[in-house]
Design a protein around this ligand. Structure first.
Ligand code: GSH
Length: 243
């Protein structure tokens, strides 16, 4: 079976893909989705064999909606026909399914710490989307930007206190991959370009993340993110942009 990276639409010539081959998993994705990127980072970091099916999110094939009534990517499917959605859940599922090179800590407290951090981080992401849409409308974003600065200061403090290179220690772990896609897109969100200047440890973390092989393997340039996102906000997303 030849799988194109181009997205699949709701057309008769896009029949449902068959079962997932025995020794791998399948990722249903969209090339510019930050949530799907989390799952993809985990797949790359752990060296898991997988295939990708990109979905046209404005014209989803019926078989995709049957597998996944929420209709969101990422979605992971296993050879046993198990289907798992939600980026964090897919990531943890893969980490447990392939126990070599664990990304989550082994201890209950270590795991809880990463999940607490993630819970707090998930309050930052809507903020980024808010800032960019407010800017687009020409609204004053100084209040939102001040709040973002405070949230970034907290993340910075975390690194300062821990004295580690990454959020879970001196190597890249689960939490780093869950947060990265939004930092890769900072320029796209039209946030203040120097918004990391007041948070030097966080800035250094982004620089270290850029050296990570999994990050490097699947990253898009700020320009490409911007183009995709602006077209998306204009109601004309080009899911195959750059192909
Ligand atoms: N909470 C979900 C997760 O973490 O996986 C969010 C996933 C999500 O929002 N995915 C977007 C999507 O599938 C693409 S970036 N949108 C399709 C739609 O809204 O119909």
């Amino acid at each position: 079976l030849f799988l194109s990276v181009k997205c699949l639409k709701k057309y008769y010539y896009n029949p449902a893909p068959g079962p997932v081959p025995k020794d791998q998993v399948r990722l249903y994705s969209m090339r510019f989705c930050p949530f799907a990127q989390r799952t993809s980072l985990v797949l790359h970091a752990k060296g898991i064999k997988f295939e990708t099916i990109n979905i046209h999110l404005k014209q989803k094939p019926d078989w995709f909606l049957e597998k996944n009534p929420e209709g969101l990517v990422p979605l992971i499917e296993t050879p046993a026909g198990e289907v798992v959605n939600e980026s964090v859940i897919t990531s943890e599922f893969l980490d447990e399914m392939y126990p070599e090179k664990k990304l989550l800590p082994a201890t209950p407290f270590g795991k809880a710490q990463q999940k607490m951090m993630l819970e707090h981080f998930s309050k930052i992401t809507p903020h980024l989307f808010k800032i960019s849409s407010a800017k687009r409308k020409g609204d004053d974003v100084s209040g939102l930007e001040a709040e973002l600065k405070e949230k970034f200061t907290n993340l910075n403090e975390h690194l300062v206190k821990k004295k580690t290179k990454f959020f879970g220690g001196d190597t890249v772990t689960f939490i780093d991959y869950m947060m990265w896609p939004f930092f890769e897109r900072l320029g796209m969100f039209e946030t203040n370009k120097n918004c990391l200047d007041h948070t030097p440890e966080l800035k250094k973390w982004t620089e270290r993340m850029l050296e990570d092989p999994a990050v490097k393997a699947i990253m898009h340039s700020t320009e490409d993110h911007k183009t995709f996102y602006n077209n998306f906000l204009d109601g004309k997303p080009d899911f195959d942009y750059g192909l």
